[in-house]
Write a protein that binds this ligand. Structure first.
Ligand SMILES: Nc1ncnc2c1ncn2[C@@H]1O[C@H](COP(=O)(O)OP(=O)(O)OP(=O)(O)O)[C@@H](O)[C@H]1O
Length: 340
């Protein structure tokens, strides 16, 4: 578990000072994927450097698995940092070393025996899907393959925490998704705690359990990913959510373009677990009425799907009341858009 208590970092620049991180409180549970999102200059890199002890906070404490990283010095800090690994945006590989040698490097530094290193490197190469590329040099690899090496290297010493600093920002969308799938697989398989910083809501939507939104050094909003996506509070969070989900006004169903439709148009809003219910099928069977799907968009998160669906049904006023009453008993929000 990671607990940040009232963490601030102020950089002194002569007469001026910059508050890069401002009174941040965060808790990351063991095994979670925790996203920290913000625009450039929000303080994300500083925060992640405070997590691995590369920066000391001006005030506050950073406790990882019971150990105060901010207070640790010398050998204690070195030992603690072996259990906190990092994956970088630009991979930071050693260009004169092969894939295997890059992965082995941190184990060699830690003084692990050769046989143990060889076995672990083989295991990690298999895990990250680089079998057959052991002897390749970084210059011979694609961006996605380089990041696979970066991830394998970060896992070599069996860390407790994996920090990802914009790990997919240098990759194309398809490769980004493959790397995110790999991180999710590693997290779920080994219950490894992952903290990632990003400026892309797609990354948060796809793999994070919780998210903190940073602006001007502060965490302005925090919560589980589905809640933040479905009910964003702050303007900046709404901007991020709009990047990947929810309809832009012009994309929503426009009843005026379908004025010839008979019956009632109902907008259904799904959040997470409600999407496991075959609600449209159930209502069709219960009332013997066909529901016509007009328009919809669903987005997947690590904790379920959310989105909106517009359906059309020709029902009597009594049937419609019953349908709306049935929907109100579920966690699907419903709204009558047009009455027929
Ligand atoms: N070593 C430093 N000395 C002085 N100011 C710094 C230092 N590191 C960061 N800052 C300042 O702190 C603020 C937060 O920077 P930080 O790099 O943490 O933000 P960020 O959200 O990671 O942005 P980016 O994605 O652009 O790196 C910025 O105003 C930056 O100029």
């Amino acid at each position: 578990m990671i607990v940040l208590r009232n963490i601030s970092k102020i950089f002194d620049q002569g007469k001026a000072s910059i508050t890069a991180v401002d009174s941040v409180n965060l808790t990351v549970e063991q095994g979670q994927i925790y996203g920290i999102i913000g625009y450039s200059g929000a303080g994300k890199s500083t925060l992640i450097r405070l997590l691995n002890g590369l920066e000391k906070p001006t005030s506050g404490s950073v406790v990882i698995n019971g150990q105060d990283i901010a207070a640790a010095r010398g050998e204690t800090l070195r030992q603690a940092r072996l259990k906190i690994s990092m994956v970088f945006q630009h991979f930071n590989l050693l260009w004169s070393r092969t894939v295997s040698e890059n992965i082995a490097f941190s184990m060699q530094i830690a003084g692990a025996p050769k046989a143990q290193i060889n076995a672990r490197v083989a295991e990690l190469i298999e895990l990250v899907g680089l079998k057959g590329r052991e002897k390749a040099y970084p210059s011979q690899l694609s961006g996605g393959q380089k990041q696979r090496v970066g991830i394998a290297r970060a896992l070599a010493n069996n860390p407790d925490v994996l920090l990802c600093d914009e790990a997919t920002s240098a990759l194309d969308p398809q490769t980004t998704d493959q790397i995110l799938d790999l991180l999710l697989d590693i997290n779920r398989r080994f219950k490894l705690t992952i903290v990632l910083i990003t400026h892309e809501m797609h990354v948060v939507r796809k793999i994070c359990d919780r998210v903190a939104v940073m602006e001007n050094g502060k965490v302005v909003e925090e919560g589980d990913v589905l809640s933040v996506f479905t009910h964003p509070q702050q303007p900046i969070t709404k901007q991020f959510v709009r990047q990947v989900s929810q309809y832009k006004e012009e994309e929503a169903f426009n009843p005026e373009l379908n004025s010839e439709l008979d019956g009632t148009v109902i907008k259904l809003t799904f959040t997470g677990h409600s999407t496991h219910q075959p609600i449209v099928g159930e209502l069709t069977l219960r009332y013997g009425l066909p529901f016509n799907i007009l328009h919809g968009k669903m987005s997947q998160t690590a904790h379920g799907v959310f989105g909106q669906l517009w359906v059309n049904v020709k029902a009597t006023p009594e049937q419609l009341n019953n349908i709306l009453a049935d929907l109100s008993k579920t966690d699907i929000e419903s709204e009558v858009v047009t009455h027929g």
